[in-house]
Each structure stands twice: as structure tokens, then as C-alpha cells.
Ligand binder design. Structure first.
Ligand code: SAH
Length: 459
């Protein structure tokens, strides 16, 4: 089918009904089958929009007027919602967001995976969906009056100063404000991305919600941090729960936040937090889920879907710092975790020791290479858990799962599209998807996390 010619021109004004939302939260209207994407418009709304971009199969519009408003529309509580881009759905009630995420998963499973007969449960949301993040990473720059720290204006590299972020834990907001003030007072220069000059590039705050521990990471362009001692002193005085102050050096011209070298300026290398009864050590660069409350909900579901009785051998593929592995190890005979980042595996081993687990083994490497090797060694898992990055599982890994024939597969996914693709492969190979549970890890954003259980069909 050839792509449809656009029935509109740039700068036209149109009145349309919004039918759906895209995966990035824009409203979708159809003009005789031609899709017009309109950010910040909600399903069911009648919108007067200006056409701002016209392509062959689709175009983009901007809301001029909401002629008929959806009952799901709310006033975005954050004053910088429209400039920031960190959240995409603050104009939609929380309840409607949860419904939208469930529908997204259902639609994608059907469209991409041809999976139609599987229950997709209502999204598990938060009772208090604000202030959930335990980590803030704030870019630092300069304005005429001195150092500023905030966020990049949507689709640009211009930093806009910010005082608070409503999805960030209050403690992190306080820490960022304090460090900003103190750095400004002692005369530290903010980073100038264009000319690759200045000192402070990012401030990162990490907070252990259960322990109250706070870590501050100062990411600098070079080794040198002028007025270092004065700054450390001032941070310690004004942030009582501070446990760790760290400098990370990133001398490259890059968008990547962290550099290779980390120096402890004061206190410990780690802060601690708990998920359920398990304690985790978190260092400046460790990957640790940003919404600890919902992480517990997700991992409880993983444990539920793994259906362990204490006798099982389990593999946790893409295990990060071993969070899911240790959760499973509470009820399994033995857990094997594999992860590609060596530092994450060191963290995983440390966390196992910290909690006294002796029934876990961790290996560094690609899941698609290490697991076939385990298979060759005679390891026979009853359950395999996978939690891959957005691109989903490697084909070879799916092949190995089909060859190993575990009784159950638990698939944790941050991208419904690759989940759908991979479930299709597992279904064709003899598994049945029992159910899919979306869990809202990132309220007010379009990110959708879900977990599903597959069982081996008797043949
Ligand atoms: N299960 C962990 C982390 C999941 S994030 C948790 O819940 O915290 C996905 C992880 O997969 C990342 O840590 C990433 O480094 C790792 N990864 C990416 N590609 C991989 C591969 N081919 N083999 C093993 N691990 C990989």
C-alpha cells in the first residue's frame, strides 16, 4: 500500500477528534486515514490544531484550542511541565495514565506479537505517585549571574535553572539546591558545553529511602575542584544525613554523564538501601532502580511468577547488581545471575555477601554466551528470569531457553514492543504466556514496565 498523500498543508488549521495516544504520549487524530500526531492532546478531545509538519504518511500538529475537553484532563501541577520534557503525561489524571499503559501493552502484544488470548491486568500504580525518584542527575551550567543547575530545555542543550522536581524525592531536591548554592558561593564555575570550559558538569544526588543515607556526586571536567575543602565542609554542615561525597571526572566532550575516574572526597564509598528485607550497597555509578517502592511491587510479582518452593535452580539473565537474583534466592535452591557490566557483578557479589546468601553465583558476560555455556556444564534451571534492556532478548538467548526447557520463564520488560516480539518466539517454541502485569515504575512519564509469566506446554 502506498503511503497516503497528506490531506493538509503546513500551517493549516484543522479541527479533529483525538482517537488514541502514541507510545510517547502524543494524541493521534485521523484525517481520512492520515495520522496527525498532536502532543498534549488526549483521547476523546476535540482539538483545534495548527499543522506544523507534514510528511508522507503522517504529520504533526500543535494544540491551538481544546474545543471539547476529556474528563481525564487535569492541570499539570508542575510549573515547568511544558518546557522540561522529563514528564509527558502530567496533563492526564493518574488513573487515566494507568489505563493508558495497560491498553498500550495490550495493543502492542496484539499488533507485534499476535498475542490475543492473554490477560493483561490493570496497571499496578502508586497510591502517592509523586516524589518517587531516589536519584537526581542535574546538569550544571552558567548564566550571567553565575552557576545554575536544572534541566535541559526539551530538545535542546540549554540549561534552565530549577528549584524543584515533583517526581524527585524532597531530600534530593534539597541536596541539589544546597550544593548549587554552596558551589555558587565558593565561586565554582559551571560547565560550558560549547567551549568545553568550566568545572562542574553535573550534580548527582542519591537517597536511600529506607535508611535515609545521602550521597552527593560532583562530576567535574578535570581533576581539579577549586575550593574543594570549603565545599566539602559546607555540604557536611548543611546536609545532616550525608554519608558520602564523591567526585567523578569526565573530561570528554560527551552527553554521557559519568567519566571513568571516581574519587571519594569524604565518607563512604557506598550508601545503603533496602528492597523488602534485602540490603543493597549503592555506589556512585551503580545501577539501582529509581523507584524503590514500585521495584518491590515488581520483584514480588517476579517471585510470585517464579512460583518457587525452595528446591529450584534459577537463572537470572541481565541481573544488574543482583537485585532480582537475591529476591529469588530467598526461596530457591540456587540462583545463577549473569550481567555484562563487570562493576555491576562486583556489586552483586558484595550484596550477596552483605545479606549472607551462599546459594548464588554471578558471572560477567553476555547472557547469550554465558547461559549456553552453563547449559553445556549441565546446569538445568527450573525457572529462567530475564530482564533485558529496551532492545529485548538476544535471539540466541531465546534459542537457548527453548533448548533448556525450564518449566517457567518470567519476563520483565521495559519495552512492550520487544516483549511482544520475544513472547511470540517463546510461544512458537512451546511456551504459553499465562498473564502480563504492567507495573507503573515511572508515573507521569510514558515509560511502561511489565512482567509476564510463561509456562512450558506439555508436549
Ligand atoms: N535486573 C536488574 C537490571 C535490569 S537492566 C534490575 O532489576 O535491577 C538490564 C541489564 O542488562 C543492565 O544491567 C545491562 O547492563 C544488562 N545487559 C545488557 N545487555 C546484556 C547482555 N547481552 N548480557 C547480559 N547483560 C546485559
Amino acid at each position: 500500500m502506498s503511503k497516503q498523500e497528506a490531506p493538509v498543508k503546513k500551517n493549516d488549521t484543522v479541527e479533529v477528534i483525538i482517537e488514541d495516544l502514541t507510545h510517547d504520549g502524543a494524541g493521534v487524530a485521523k484525517l481520512n486515514g492520515y495520522a496527525l500526531f498532536i502532543p498534549k492532546a488526549l483521547p476523546g478531545e476535540k482539538i483545534k490544531a495548527k499543522v506544523v509538519k507534514v510528511k508522507k504518511g503522517y504529520g504533526f500538529g500543535r494544540v491551538l484550542e481544546i474545543v471539547e475537553e476529556s474528563k481525564d484532563r487535569v492541570n499539570a501541577p508542575c510549573p515547568i511541565f511544558n518546557q522540561c520534557g522529563g514528564c509527558q503525561l502530567q496533563h492526564m489524571s493518574y488513573e487515566a495514565q494507568l489505563r493508558y499503559k495497560q491498553k498500550q501493552v495490550k495493543d502492542v502484544l496484539e499488533r507485534i506479537g499476535k498475542i490475543t488470548d492473554v490477560p493483561v491486568h490493570p496497571t499496578l500504580g502508586m497510591s502517592e505517585p509523586w516524589r518517587y525518584r531516589n536519584k537526581a542527575q542535574v546538569p550544571v551550567g552558567e548564566e550571567e549571574g553565575g552557576l545554575i543547575a536544572g534541566f535541559y530545555q526539551e530538545r535542546s542543550h540549554r540549561i534552565i535553572d530549577m528549584d524543584e522536581c515533583l517526581i524527585q524525592h524532597e531530600e534530593n531536591d534539597k541536596v541539589i539546591q544546597k550544593v548549587k548554592e554552596l558551589a555558587r558561593d565558593v565561586g565554582i564555575r559551571g560547565y560550558d558545553e560549547e567551549r568545553h570550559r568550566g568545572t562542574l558538569r553535573h550534580v548527582v544526588a542519591r537517597y536511600g529511602k529506607r535508611t535515609g543515607d545521602i550521597m552527593v556526586v560532583l562530576i567535574t571536567r578535570g581533576q581539579e575542584l577549586p575550593h574543594k575543602n570549603k565545599l566539602i565542609e559546607a555540604i557536611r554542615e548543611s546536609i545532616p544525613n550525608i554519608k558520602s561525597i564523591v567526585q567523578n571526572i569526565n573530561s570528554k566532550r560527551t552527553n554521557v554523564i559519568f567519566g571513568e575516574k571516581t574519587v571519594i572526597l569524604w565518607g563512604d564509598e557506598y550508601i545503603y538501601d533496602f528492597i523488602g528485607d534485602i540490603k543493597f550497597a549503592i555506589s556512585a555509578r551503580s545501577f539501582y532502580q529509581v523507584n524503590p517502592e514500585q521495584t518491590k511491587v515488581l520483584y514480588d510479582k517476579a517471585l510470585d511468577y517464579a512460583a518457587l518452593t525452595g528446591t529450584e535452580t534459577v537463572i537470572d539473565a541481565y541481573c544488574g547488581i543482583g537485585t532480582i537474583s537475591l529476591f529469588l534466592a530467598q526461596n530457591a535452591r540456587h540462583v545463577y545471575g549473569v550481567e555484562i557490566v563487570p562493576e555491576a557483578i562486583s556489586d552483586a557479589k558484595r550484596n550477596a555477601k552483605l545479606n549472607g546468601f551462599t546459594n548464588v553465583d554471578f558471572a560477567v558476560g553476555e547472557a547469550e554466551k554465558v547461559i549456553p555455556w552453563w547449559h553445556a556444564q549441565g546446569i538445568r534451571p527450573d525457572v529462567i528470569v530475564v530482564d533485558p534492556p529496551r532492545k529485548g532478548c538476544d535471539d540466541k538467548l531465546l534459542g537457548t531457553i527453548l533448548a533448556m526447557k525450564p518449566k517457567r520463564v518470567v519476563y520483565v520488560s521495559c519495552n512492550p514492543a520487544t516483549l511482544a516480539r520475544d513472547l511470540r518466539v517463546l510461544e512458537d517454541g512451546g511456551y504459553k504466556t499465562q498473564e502480563v502485569q504492567p507495573v507503573d515504575m515511572f508515573p507521569w512519564t510514558t515509560h511502561v514496565e511489565c512482567i509476564s509469566q510463561l509456562v512450558l506446554k506439555n508436549d
